[in-house]
Design a protein around this ligand. Structure first.
Ligand SMILES: O=P(O)(O)OC[C@H]1O[C@](O)(CO)[C@@H](O)[C@@H]1O
Length: 236
């Protein structure tokens, strides 16, 4: 695991952009993308750049169950607003939060991931160490599945909704098994509220209690974290 400690999220966005630019340089064409507050500055730097994704494919980690692609709170909408509007891909995949046949949707998403092996997977991390919506206890070999969100995740994401009662309680998430198949993984984390999860991810035991700890077994992981998120790391 390569750990890059930056001053703040803006510096992190610049470093994150560099990882994307290098990946394209090295021939990457399939990008696993994340949502939430963390990747916003990396997307801002990409949007400002001349990087061209028109021949590339994107596959997002997750989507809330029950939200339409046009719902302002959906991850479809988030991606459109933060990236795709300005940097369109040849093809962009997110789970369909309104799928009528749930099992068919989950199977189809797994097939999409198999058909488009991910070159660079971008991740954020939850305060409880979740990646995508894979909450503590998720199977390390898991494929795309429906997740019941924990109370802490619902509370953490409530900031994007009118109030907490509007936060969906389920999501479709790429499984940890699929995430680990990516050739290269970039995890970003900013803020003191991620310090415990980062310490467990980097220096804790590999345990399903901290889903991100599995990244210790992946051959090519880069962490971009700010000083606050790095606070509990020993001998940094
Ligand atoms: O970047 P944020 O907003 O702190 O979210 C952290 C993580 O939580 C999620 O938004 C899921 O709740 C993930 O997609 C994200 O990586």
């Amino acid at each position: 695991m390569k750990v890059i400690i930056v001053k703040d999220q803006n510096a992190g966005g610049k470093a994150g952009y560099e990882v994307f630019a290098n990946a394209i340089e090295e021939g990457a064409t399939v990008f696993g993308l994340a949502t939430g507050g963390t990747p916003e500055t990396t997307y801002q730097e990409i949007v400002k750049s001349d990087l061209d994704f028109s021949k590339c494919t994107s596959i997002n980690l997750d989507e809330y169950v029950g939200l339409s692609a046009t719902d302002p709170q959906s991850y479809h909408h988030y991606m459109q607003e933060h990236l795709f509007e300005n940097k369109p891909f040849k093809k962009s995949y997110l789970p369909d939060g309104q799928a009528t046949d749930e099992n068919a949707e989950l199977k189809a998403y797994d097939q999409t991931i198999q058909d488009n092996p991910i070159d660079l997977q971008l991740l954020g991390i939850g305060t409880n160490g979740h990646i995508g919506f894979n909450e503590p206890g998720s199977d390390f070999k898991g494929q795309t599945h429906k997740v019941k969100l924990t109370d802490s995740t619902i509370a953490a994401n409530a900031r994007y909704f009118e109030d907490e009662t509007q936060v969906p309680h389920y999501a479709y998430s790429m499984g940890i098994g699929s995430i680990m198949q990516a050739k290269k993984i970039l995890l970003e984390a900013y803020g003191e509220n991620k310090a415990e999860a980062i310490a467990a991810t980097v220096q804790g035991p590999v345990s399903e209690e901290c889903p991100a700890s599995i990244l210790q077994t992946h051959p090519d992981v880069t962490l971009i974290i700010d000083e606050a998120a790095a606070k509990l790391l020993k001998n940094k």
